[in-house]
Design a protein around this ligand. Structure first.
Ligand code: GDG
Length: 492
């Protein structure tokens, strides 16, 4: 979604896997134009899907990047498939490139693509963005051929990571595993030099805020349905692809511990976990599917009543509209991945809140988002007791404190929204110096429309960053004194 808006704005060519398989590998690809964007899609063969996508990308790189060595399944055949598909993509893409094209490559499925393009003589500027964590060099080194694979990163001019921690880990890896030299955020290897920098991804805050408010106003079906049977009950929400990195099973256990330790909350609150299945062909995901059912079933049987089910796990995808309304309806969001590149659900939950009566975000310290969203209740997802206590604290939090935290969080997500991310990354990819950092840029924080800062007239929010220009320092903002306008929406 982030890339679609960037491409529609600037125009360009989208190249990638169609998501389908065909019997023979394609030898060429013909772009199809829709508006300002051309799409060049290619199928994989079934054997490429198995080795490249399900195998190396999702059973080796995904767990490794999420620090899960125990789940990392390496096979030489899968690695060969991964390199082969990247080589074929380079062959298909090269004839479509124009000399002044800027090339933006996305995520861990395509790490060696720039190196393959360079081998074919492509000299354009090429950037890479890595959506998931990058582990410390000692963890990455456990992957066979780790030095060869990481060395292909030096074919990029710009490498974008979600956090400074990830950028540091990658730069360390390039130094220790392939003898690169580092100077500030530049890494040199042979004739090449790459900038390695954090670009924390954001969301379209304003659009999501509107979607959530409209969804609750219109009482869309899932919102109505969770409001009905829950009656006056409070709602704790979790939304994640069914993936072991998201900590869903540990979260269910923590909710059970909360109800055991605080029986006065039984019957008063329910956890709704939306968990659309993903990568169902990968055995580790099938096991997670089974385990999450087992844990939810066990806890519901032990703690539930005939008229109250403490945990609902729904394994299907809902519309974005419904999701936005549910976020706004929920008093608490549990975003507790064991490790996550960023986690957009955390940002969506904040964007969706009613500014007059906001809910509380509980956030894992191991989500990239925790580097920016320090006013959430930050927890260690490995500590069931700590998460259980955070649920209690969130449910009991006075409105004044919820407002104070929410205003800071909202200011952060809106000043580092998707337009900020795109413009910063594109500026850096065009060779401009962009200030480093995954914290809020200095400047006046934005608040949801309808909220007015104490002592200052209501005025329209300033637009986000301009390419690499330092922002002017804003006046200090005291969120405790902030007062919403009387006509701000109040319905949850
Ligand atoms: C990777 C990195 C990084 C979820 N359920 C439904 C649904 N969703 C949407 C959410 C959110 C997105 O999917 C999930 O984004 P996350 O960021 O939480 O996680 P990943 O899918 O693992 O994404 C992650 C991200 O890339 C971006 O760089 O933040 O760390 O792992 O937008 O709302 N959407 C709909 N129905 C659902 O049931 N419509």
């Amino acid at each position: 979604m982030a890339l679609r808006s960037a491409l529609e704005q600037h125009g360009g060519l989208w190249f990638g896997w169609s998501g389908a398989t065909s019997a023979e590998p394609a030898t060429s690809v013909s772009p199809v134009k829709h508006g300002k964007v051309s799409y060049a899609l290619t199928d994989l063969t079934e054997s490429e899907r198995q080795s490249y996508y399900l195998g190396f990308a999702n059973r080796a790189l995904w767990p490794l990047m999420h620090y899960r060595l125990g789940l990392t399944e390496f096979s030489r055949a899968d690695y060969a498939g991964y390199l082969g598909v990247n080589r074929r993509f380079a062959r298909l893409l090269q004839p479509l490139l124009k000399p002044d094209d800027v090339i933006w490559i996305h995520d861990y499925h395509l790490i060696p693509l720039a190196a393959e393009l360079r081998r074919r003589g492509v000299t354009n500027r090429i950037g890479y963005f890595h959506h998931i964590p990058w582990p410390p060099a000692e963890v990455f080194a456990a992957l066979p051929f780790s030095s060869t694979l990481i060395s292909t990163m030096t074919a990029y001019d710009l490498i974008g990571m979600q956090t400074q921690n990830d950028a540091r880990n990658l730069a360390d890896g390039l130094v220790t595993l392939c003898g690169a030299r580092r100077e500030g955020n530049r890494v040199r290897a042979g004739q090449r030099e790459a900038v390695v920098q954090a670009f924390p991804i954001g969301i379209d805050v304003e659009a999501f805020r509107k979607l959530a408010a409209a969804s609750v106003r219109a009482a869309t079906q899932p919102v109505r349905a969770t409001t009905g049977p829950l009656g006056g009950r409070k709602l704790v929400i979790g939304v994640d692809r069914l993936d072991y990195s998201k900590g869903i099973v540990q979260r269910l256990e923590a909710f059970g511990t909360f109800l055991r330790n605080h029986p006065e909350h039984r019957g008063e609150v329910g956890l709704l976990q939306i968990a659309p299945p993903s990568r169902t062909d990968v055995p580790e995901y099938a096991e997670l599917d089974r385990l999450s059912d087992e844990v939810a079933g066990r806890l519901n049987a032990a703690l539930g009543e005939f008229d109250w089910t403490p945990i609902r796990v729904v394994k299907k995808a809902y519309s974005r509209n419904a999701l936005a309304g549910l976020y706004r309806r929920a008093q608490v969001a549990l975003v507790t991945p064991m490790r996550d590149g960023m986690n957009l659900v955390a940002k969506e939950y904040v964007a969706a809140q009613n500014p007059e009566d906001p809910g509380v975000l509980i956030l894992s310290r191991f989500a990239g988002a925790a580097q920016q969203l320090g006013e959430a209740l930050i927890v260690n997802p490995f500590d069931t007791h700590e998460v259980a206590e955070a649920i209690r604290t969130a449910l009991a939090m006075p409105r004044s404190e919820r407002l104070r935290r929410f205003e800071r969080l909202y200011a952060t997500i809106s000043s580092t929204d998707i337009a900020w991310w795109t413009s910063r990354y594109l500026a850096a990819l065009s060779g401009l110096d962009v200030p480093s950092g995954d914290s809020v840029p200095p400047g006046t924080p934005k608040l949801p429309r309808g909220t007015r800062r104490s002592g200052s007239p209501a005025k329209p929010a300033r637009s986000s960053v301009a390419h690499g220009q330092p922002r002017k320092a804003g006046r200090d903002f005291d969120p405790v004194r902030a007062k919403p306008l009387p006509n701000a929406p109040s319905a949850r």
